[in-house]
Write a protein that binds this ligand. Sequence first.
Ligand code: GLA
Length: 389
Amino acid sequence: MEQRVKELNRKYKEIFSDGNKVRNFQAPGRVNLIGEHTDYNGGFVMPMAINRNVLSAAAPRGDNEVHIHSVNFDKTIQFKLNNIEYRKEDGWGNYIKGMAKVLMDKGYKICGMNILFEGDIPLASGLSSSAAIEVLSGKTFAMISGVEIPAEELALLAQKAENEFIGVNCGIMDQYIISTGKKNNALFLDCRDLSSEQVPFIFDDVYVVIGNTKKERGLVDSEYNSRRKECEHGVKEFNKILGGVKDLRDVTSRQFEESKDKLPEITRKRCQHVIYEDERVKKAVKYLKSKDLESFGNLMVESHESLRDLYEVSCRELDILVEEALKMDGVFGSRMTGAGFGGCNVSLVLKDHVEKFIVLITEAYKKKTSRKPEFYICTPEDGAKEIVL
Ligand code: GLA
């Protein structure tokens, strides 16, 4: 990390040559251990921030312009703080513009600045590189402008930028874990009232291994929105049957079983996933606290099957990565993670078995899909913060 930051600061001097002393910030990517497609249903999730992140180097400019340069895209974008507009051709720059806008709409005074970004979160892979850039730019804007924004509020503002400026109707999970994550912990989050608990995730002999299908996630936005609608429909149906249902979170599995025959098939399947997934997250917290990774892993497998068969957001590539993982020795559990339709899976693997795990799955996956997967061994890390060398 130190080397990357030094290199970033050297490049900042080269690109902006403003003679200013920079400050550095980071925001991580995330992997969700369990609790998928539950956040926008007022339910429970258990993600962790990972050791892949985006870094910034920034200093004030003395005017009201923001100049941003991305090392990864080798591109500079400029905008004035009093004239922020979404422009398709600005690509990644829109996340940063959106963040500046929501901060100012909230009444925070932001100054003009130069910012250099560099990241190692795989893009478009379901590890939340866009939420990381939102949270990171929010943190950078605030700190350089001398404004204090609590981590929880920063997460909500980043979600607002994504929903309103970018136009993606995501839940709160990604921005929340990226903003509030703590090293060596997974986060148990209640997405309705945002109460949360850090749950220690410290295992000397176990790795969290992320497998990237390298499959483009073409369908994700439209399918995501249609799943949200189907869940809203479920809420309406349960309101007719039970009354007092605000989110699917309010329906227990017992109530579901008693009334499922009254639901149309698709609604029934979507609701079944969400309602049982919430229960799995609550069980997973208990198992993690008692260090029972066997049971935790079984819940991951159940979660995957439910996402595949009931919520129908997996895909062949994800199913193959999970199936192959479950054939290996030393694996507690494996499931797709994130929105689905490509992206990554996550497995819990005994350290001694990881090397073989990666070699054998790479071979099997390549044979079955003609794609080469990537694997990232991950540790639970801190959320967005300043880096002082
Ligand atoms: C994406 C969204 C999250 C969440 C997951 C599915 O990552 O950004 O809010 O809904 O999908 O669990």
